[in-house]
Write a protein that binds this ligand. Structure first.
Ligand code: ADP
Length: 126
C-alpha cells in the first residue's frame, strides 16, 4: 500500500534500496511458505513512515534489543536459514545516516513489523 502525496526525501537512493532489500529480504527469508508480507508507506507530521510486516516466527523479546547489533542472530533462527547477522546492522547505519529511526514490534508465533521513520525534506526558505 502507498498513500498518494508522499513528501520528498533527501536521501541516497542506493542506500535506501539496500535498506529495503534487507528488510523485505528478511521478511521473505524468515516467513514460511504461504505466509504474508505487507509493505506500507505513509506520511505523518513531516515524516515518512515505512512498515514492513510479516506473519512469520516473530523475534523473542530478549533478542529484540540486539538484532540491530553486528553479527547478532536470533535464538530462534532455524539452523538451515542462512545469514551473517549483518543485514539489520547495515540497515540501522543507513537509517542513522539519514537522521531516521528504526524499531521492531514483534510477538513470537505471530510475526514482526519493522518501522522506519525518515524526516521529509524541507526546502530552505530563500
Ligand atoms: P541475518 O538475517 O543474517 O541473521 P539480520 O541482521 O538481517 O541478520 O537479522 C538479525 C536477526 O534478526 C536475525 O538473525 C533474526 O533473528 C531476526 N530477524 C530479522 N528479520 C526478521 C523477521 N522478518 N522475522 C523474524 N526474525 C527476524
Amino acid at each position: 500500500e502507498q498513500e498518494p502525496n508522499l513528501p520528498p526525501l533527501r536521501a541516497n537512493p542506493l542506500r535506501l534500496r539496500q535498506m529495503l532489500d534487507n528488510l523485505i529480504g528478511n521478511a521473505i527469508k524468515y516467513t514460511p511458505t504461504g505466509g504474508q508480507i505487507h509493505i506500507k508507506l505513509r506520511s505523518e507530521d513531516g515524516q515518512l513512515i515505512l512498515q514492513v510486516s510479516d506473519n512469520g516466527p516473530g523475534i523473542p523479546p530478549a533478542d529484540q534489543p540486539r538484532i540491530f547489533d553486528k553479527f547478532y542472530r536470533g535464538e530462534n533462527v532455524p539452523d538451515d536459514v542462512p545469514g551473517s547477522g549483518l543485514g539489520l546492522a547495515i540497515v540501522k547505519s543507513i537509517v542513522d545516516s539519514h537522521q531516521g529511526r528504526i524499531w521492531v514490534e514483534s510477538a513470537l508465533g505471530q510475526g514482526s513489523t519493522f518501522f522506519v521513520v525518515l524526516p521529509a525534506f524541507v526546502p530552505p526558505v530563500s
